[in-house]
Structures are given as structure tokens and as C-alpha cells.
Design a binder for this molecule. Structure first.
Ligand SMILES: Nc1ncnc2c1ncn2[C@@H]1O[C@H](COP(=O)(O)OP(=O)(O)OP(=O)(O)O)[C@@H](O)[C@H]1O
Length: 740
């Protein structure tokens, strides 16, 4: 299905006159809906141009009418696992923000608050109709792209760094690294957050609009439905693009001109992307602006709705023609309506009769192609059947009661990501021929069985999956999860006690272009380096550097420490950490203690360097010359490490590295290893180096036996080493293996 493009003509504002109206809506035939926009030729008033859209909304269209016709029908698809993207496009002052955000009064509320209201309402209904078997969690992220830089709107503006947040491609989607996400329980929660964060958005008065958005704003609403061990996640994105503007008309000053250039450039790239896609070009210039990378028009799966906002007056004539041209081509963009995969979380398990629990351990089962498995849709279907009898409540903006607290998303989802992958036939949903095309997206691979009662036979491809394929799939999934967890670690917000040390605004401004250039270069290197351990390390360095730029020494220290395991033995990095620790007020005996620990750490790092040399492990740190001088160690092994090569002794150091590590503060790898162990997830533990099926199972059984001591959790590597079947070598191999 293609992008749905609809046009909305805004009404006249106070000082605008009827006689200046040149844009009107029309229909192909009497009795047909409005689908045509008509506008005279600028050269010859008697000649009229017509542009066809999927739908056209006249000046008098209310917010509710637009929402009910264009967005409400897709909420069901969102809950069936499809991503939904709605974006407003148009010249400045044509009503994009009004359409997306709207006013505070109920009738004036725009697409976004209505979307959230519907999502919460449907979520509650699904939970109720399933007797609580399905829980629905909603989480938000909200950010803006200002001057081609990405800033988190959920964070206060003083936490912004000059270069903004980096972008990264993951699983075919563009993600913003380090973006915060907030769980939202009801509409009131959302309202508070949304109003607060809109204050962080950059707007300014221009001659054409008293509250002109100077940035593109992107709200992402993540809906997570959990039924038993099945987790379905889908996202609705609502995007309020900044408006293109003719600076001769806006009479913008210098600052506005810079913003305007960035806005116009990104919109120009968007129009080029639309042109390229509609021509069928192989190369689409997405990467030329952050907005187009994020929007990924025609690349993202799901449903995309473009709302073209138009001002009806003559003063916008040429701009209106230009945006009509671009958006009418956007109709040709095909979007694949593919649902997000369902993932299965690990069922809690314990050995029968142990620890008071009596839960059977589940054997590994084939990983089914999870596409088009409909989680929670039985409930959704029931909800729809009932909803059909009842008119939809116009607004429940302030009437949503606080829903039952649900476990935090972060707490639930990681555990849910992988492991036993089972297909629950009872949750499959038959196709429903009664649904209309517009209300119901095409299901490319929807299961064809029509009776809910009929037990679904396993899909033929499931039978043909070999044990080796299953293994490979599980391994791939595990690798993905480990990578995404590593990325999550990057996104952990750093406590910022250093607010008092924040540089003043003038000082911020002094941060030269040179530093920014370097940060951007580092960001590019991260992107180019893919997702190996080295790029994770670089990412920590970037975060550290950004924290430093905003005067957040505590944060910088935190990230430098996280980066250290990726660049072991780098004197410059160790020195930085040492200096920051000293700077952060650790005096007298504290400094001595810090130095003592540093010396000890250096000894550990030295042993690691020796070991790497001995084992000839190529860690790939010999990349291009450093773009950020502070991070120059990235490109070289330390001279200490080289010197240590000479001192290589034949005395086996196996075990020594880990013994030293286990005595120091927990490194990210230590935490990662303990996290895997404590997950008691067979497939995860088996993914560790040196852990076969038996060893992993024995470990899980033993942990289950120790359920009543510290709830069976392993708190340190030393403790892990003491467990039956473990030993120094095993733990060390698993630890080292996490790095690769
Ligand atoms: N459908 C509408 N009904 C009533 N007023 C509207 C409508 N659409 C727009 N307006 C009014 O028009 C003015 C400009 O709208 P808005 O700020 O939403 O434009 P915009 O396209 O977002 O502009 P920019 O790109 O500069 O941010 C505002 O005062 C808004 O209230």
C-alpha cells in the first residue's frame, strides 16, 4: 500500500480576507468525497491546476473530523503490531502544529492528544476483555531536530550538547542513541509530560507565524502488549515538521535565517527523496539530512499518513504550488505493511520441588517465523465487536482513571526479548473479511485459517527447520539482544549532580566549531565501524566527551570508565579517569586511595595487554587516525603494552586477569556476565564462551537450588568462580568472550 496523503486547508485567520482565497477543495464527481485541490496558475488566473489526494479537508473541518477519518482507523492496526507514522507537512503558518498538537480546549485538541487518548482507551479495553491476561504499556520519547541536530525534548535544554544525539541504524531502523523514554500510564501522565516537553521545543515568532516551529518534532509512542510470554511491540510516530519558508517573506534575522536554511535544506532533501522514490531511483538521498533518515519514508514498514497543510490565500501562492507538487508525488511511495515480530519472554522456571516453586523448565523449541502472529488480538477482536455497538466516546482526556501500575517497561522488556520461542496457536487471529480496506491493513502473510476454534496446524516451514537452523536462529537472536543491551547501557542516563558546574550560556557558545567537528567525526566513525565492541567503546567515549563539553565531570567520568574495558591499557584514558576523579573533590587520603586503585588497575590492564599480545588477539584498535585528540589512544596500543610484550613471560597468566578484575570495581563486562548468569536463561548462558548445554543447565539447576540464599543471585565473579563446575578458567573465558 502507498503512503496515504491527505490535504487540509486551514481557515482564514483574523486579518486574512475572503477575497484572497485561491485554494479550494473539489471532488471528481458529484456525490464523491473531496479528493482534489484546485489552485489557479500563477501566470494565468483563468487556468486552474488540480492535484489529486486520498482525501481533502476543507477549511471548516474540525480536529475531531480529521482525526476520526484519518487516524482513528489505524489504531487497531497499531495494536495488531504495525507501526504507524503520521506527519504534517507544509509551508510555515499553514497549520501543521495546529493539526498535530492543537489547542488546549477539548475540541481543539490535535492528532497527538487524540491518538494517546485512543491508545490508552484501547489498551485498557484489551486488558479488561482479556481479564488482565494481556497488559498494555505505553512509553514515550520525544525529540526535535534543530539545525540538523537531534535533541531530547524529555530532557531539560541545559543538558543539551552542541552536537546533539547521534543516530544509528539498527535492524533496518534509524534510532537515536541516548534518547530517553518515559513510561506513561494514562492521559494525564501524557498531558503533563507533553506540555512540559513542548516548552523545551524551539519556536519563535516570524513575520508569517507568531509561534513558528523552528525544528521538526518527533513523538514516538511505543505500545507494548504482553500476553503470557508473548510480547508485541509497535510504535506510533507523530511528526510535526517545521515549515518551509521563503526568507524574503519572513524577513528573518540572522539566527532565524540559519534555522531557516537548515529547515529548508532538510525539507528540500525530503522532496528529493520523494522524487527519487517516485521515479524508482536506486539511490535515495535519505542520509543527507537527519530528518529524512529518521522519517525513512518508503523504507519503514507499517502505515504512513502524510497530512499536507495548506493556507488558502494568494500570499502563499508559489509556496502552496510547490508543496502540492511534492506531496502529490508522495502518494506514489509504496510502504510495506508488515507487522512487527512478536518476541517471547522467558517463562520463570525452577527445578521441580526446589525453592518452593514447581515450574517446569521449558525445553528449547523451534523459533517460528513470528511475523503475523497476533498477540492479544483475540482480546482486540472482542473489543472491536463490542465497540461496534457503542459509539466511541468523543473525548476522555481528563476522565482516564489511573490504571493499575504495571511493571516498568525496562524491567519487563529485556527479559522478554529472547529465549524460548514458542508459538501459541491459541493466540492466532483469523483474518476478518468484514473489515474495510481503509480500516484494516493488508496482511502480507496473514495466516489463512478462519476458525478460531480450529486448532491451527503448524506451518509447514516449522516442520522443515533443522536443529542446526534452530541453533543458528537462537544464536542470532542472542547476539542481537546482547548488542541491544550494550546500546541500552549507553543510553543509561547519567546522574548529573554537576549542575552547579554547568557552563554558563556564553561559555557554551565558546565551544568552538572545531570541537563540534571532532564530535561529529567521532559520531561518523561510530556509524562506520558497525556494532562491534570497538564501536561500543567509541560510543562511550563520545558520551564522555559530550558530558565533558557540558561541564558534567561526573558523567564524563562515568562514561570514560565504561569505555575503559574496550581500550584496555590506554594510559591516556586511565590518566583522564584519574584526573577527573581527583577533580571531583577527592582529596587527601581519598586521592591516595584513588591512586592506589589506579595503580592496581594499571597492573590489571598491563596483565591484560600482555595477555592480548600473547594470544595475538587483534582487537581492531588500529583504526584511522583519531578524530578527537583526547581520544587519540583509540588509534594506538599503549607503549606500556608494547613494552610489556618484551616482558612476556612463559608463566601462564590464565586466571590472573580475571582474578584481578574480580577484585576491582565491577566493569561493564562483569555486570553483563553476572546479568546473563542471573537470568538463568539457558540459551543466554549457553551463548557464553565455554558454556555447553550441560554446563549451563548444571549452573541453572544449582542456582535454583540456592534460591533461598540471596534469592540464588550471583553477586560477583569471585562468587561465580566458587560455584560447582565453574572455576577460574571457565569464568575468565566467559568474561573475555563477552568482549568479542
Ligand atoms: N484548522 C485550523 N483552525 C483554526 N486555526 C488554525 C487552523 N490551522 C491553523 N490555524 C492557526 O494558524 C496559525 C498558524 O498555524 P500553525 O502554527 O499550526 O502553523 P505551522 O504550519 O505549524 O507553522 P510553522 O511551520 O511556522 O510552525 C495559528 O495561529 C493556528 O492557530
Amino acid at each position: 500500500m502507498s503512503v496515504r496523503v491527505v490535504a487540509r486547508i486551514r481557515p482564514l485567520l483574523e486579518k486574512e480576507l475572503d477575497r484572497d482565497v485561491i485554494v479550494r477543495a473539489d471532488r471528481v464527481d458529484d456525490g464523491k468525497p473531496l479528493t482534489i485541490v484546485k489552485i489557479p496558475s500563477p501566470k494565468n488566473e483563468s487556468e486552474e491546476f488540480s492535484f489529486a489526494f486520498n482525501s481533502v479537508y476543507e477549511q471548516a473541518t474540525s480536529q475531531e473530523e480529521l482525526f476520526s477519518a484519518e487516524v482513528a482507523p489505524h489504531i487497531k492496526a497499531l495494536f495488531q503490531g504495525l507501526d504507524v507514522t503520521i506527519f504534517a507537512y507544509g509551508v510555515t503558518g499553514t497549520g501543521k502544529t495546529h493539526t498535530m498538537r492543537g489547542g488546549l480546549k477539548l475540541a481543539e485538541r490535535g492528532v497527538i492528544p487524540r491518538l494517546l487518548s485512543n491508545v490508552f482507551r484501547r489498551g485498557k479495553k484489551i486488558a479488561k476483555d482479556s481479564d488482565g491476561e494481556t497488559t498494555v504499556q505505553v512509553a514515550l520519547s520525544y525529540y526535535e531536530i534543530y539545525n540538523d541536530k537531534v535533541f531530547d525534548l524529555l530532557e531539560s535544554p541545559d543538558k543539551r550538547t552542541p552536537s546533539g544525539l547521534p543516530l544509528r541504524e539498527k535492524d533496518g531502523k534509524t534510532i537515536v542513541v541516548g534518547l530517553s523514554e518515559r513510561a506513561c500510564e494514562d492521559l494525564k501522565d501524557f498531558e503533563k509530560l507533553y506540555i512540559e516537553s513542548n516548552n523545551n521545543r524551539i519556536t519563535a515568532a516570524t513575520k508569517l507565524n507568531a509561534h513558528s516551529s523552528r525544528s521538526h518534532a518527533i513523538l514516538r509512542v511505543k505500545v507494548t502488549q504482553v500476553t503470557g510470554d508473548m510480547v508485541r511491540e509497535s510504535t506510533a510516530s507523530a511528526i510535526d515538521l517545521a515549515g518551509s519558508e521563503d526568507n524574503r517573506r519572513t524577513e528573518n534575522g540572522k539566527e532565524r535565517l540559519i534555522e531557516s536554511a537548515a529547515i529548508n535544506k532538510s525539507l528540500f532533501v525530503l522532496s528529493q527523496c520523494i522524487d527519487a522514490i517516485s521515479r524508482g531511483d536506486k539511490r535515495i538521498p535519505y542520509r543527507e539530512s537527519k530528518m529524512t533518515r529518521i522519517l525513512s519514508l518508503g523504507q519503514n514498514n507499517g502505515i504512513t499518513i502524510m497530512i499536507l497543510n495548506l493556507a488558502p490565500m494568494r500570499s502563499y501562492h508559489l509556496d502552496t504550488l510547490s508543496s502540492l507538487n511534492v506531496s502529490s508525488r508522495a502518494k506514489r511511495i509504496e510502504v510495506r505493511e508488515i507487522e512487527n515480530e512478536v518476541v517471547f519472554k522467558q517463562a520463570p522456571r525452577a527445578t521441580t520441588g526446589l525453592g518452593g516453586l514447581n515450574i517446569q523448565r521449558q525445553p528449547l523449541r523451534p523459533l517460528a517465523n513470528a511475523h503475523n502472529v497476533h498477540t492479544g488480538t483475540l482480546a482486540a477482536k472482542a473489543a472491536d465487536a463490542k465497540a461496534a455497538d457503542k459509539p466511541i466516546k468523543a473525548f476522555s482526556v481528563y476522565t482516564d482513571k489511573a490504571s493499575k501500575p504495571v511493571a516498568s517497561l525496562r524491567a519487563t522488556v529485556p527479559a522478554a526479548n529472547i529465549s524460548q520461542l514458542r508459538r501459541s496457536n491459541s493466540n492466532k487471529r483469523p483474518s476478518d473479511p468484514s473489515e474495510t480496506l481503509s480500516a484494516r491493513p493488508t496482511k502480507l502473510a496473514r495466516p489463512t485459517h478462519t476458525s478460531l476454534a480450529r486448532p491451527a496446524a503448524p506451518a509447514p516451514q516449522q516442520l522443515s527447520i533443522s536443529a542446526a537452523q534452530i541453533e543458528a536462529m537462537v544464536e542470532k537472536k542472542v547476539a542481537e539482544i546482547l548488542a541491544s543491551r550494550a546500546a541500552d547501557t549507553v543510553a543509561v542516563p547519567v546522574p548529573a549532580p554537576a549542575m552547579a558546574q554547568e557552563p554558563s550560556a556564553p561559555l557554551q557558545n565558546q565551544i568552538g566549531e572545531e570541537v563540534q567537528r571532532r564530535l561529529e567525526a567521532l559520531e561518523r566513525r561510530i556509524e562506520n565501524d558497525g556494532h562491534d565492541g570497538r564501536s561500543e567503546g567509541l560510543r562511550f567515549l563520545l558520551q564522555a566527551r559530550q558530558a565533558k563539553e557540558r561541564g558534567d565531570d561526573e558523567g564524563a567520568l562515568h562514561y570514560y570508565e565504561l569505555a575503559l574495558p574496550f581500550f584496555p591499557g590506554q594510559a591516556k584514558l586511565v590518566g583522564k579517569i584519574e584526573r577527573l576523579k581527583a577533580k571531583l573533590g577527592k582529596t587527601g587520603s581519598e586521592i591516595q586511595e584513588v591512586q592506589r586503585r589506579e595503580r592496581k588497575k594499571e597492573r590489571v590492564l598491563k596483565v591484560r595487554d600482555d595477555r592480548e599480545d600473547e594470544e595475538d588477539v587483534h582487537l581492531g584498535y588500529d583504526g584511522t587516525e583519531a578524530d578527537v585528540d583526547d581520544e587519540s589512544f583509540v588509534g594506538h596500543k599503549s607503549s606500556r603494552a608494547k613494552a610489556s610484550r618484551k616482558q612476556k613471560s612463559s608463566s601462564g597468566k590464565a586466571g590472573k586477569v580475571y582474578v584481578d578484575i574480580e577484585q576491582g570495581p565491577a566493569t561493564p563486562r562483569t555486570k553483563q556476565l553476572l546479568h546473563v548468569i542471573n537470568s538463568r536463561d539457558l540459551s543466554l548462558i549457553r551463548s557464553l564462551h565455554g558454556f555447553g548445554a550441560k554446563k549451563a543447565q548444571d549452573l541453572i539447576d544449582h542456582l535454583n537450588l540456592r534460591e533461598d540464599e540471596d534469592s540464588g543471585r550471583v553477586a560477583s565473579l569471585a562468587q561465580l568462580r566458587m560455584l560447582p563446575g565453574m572455576g577460574s578458567r571457565t569464568v575468565e573465558r566467559a568474561y573475555e568472550g563477552l568482549m568479542v
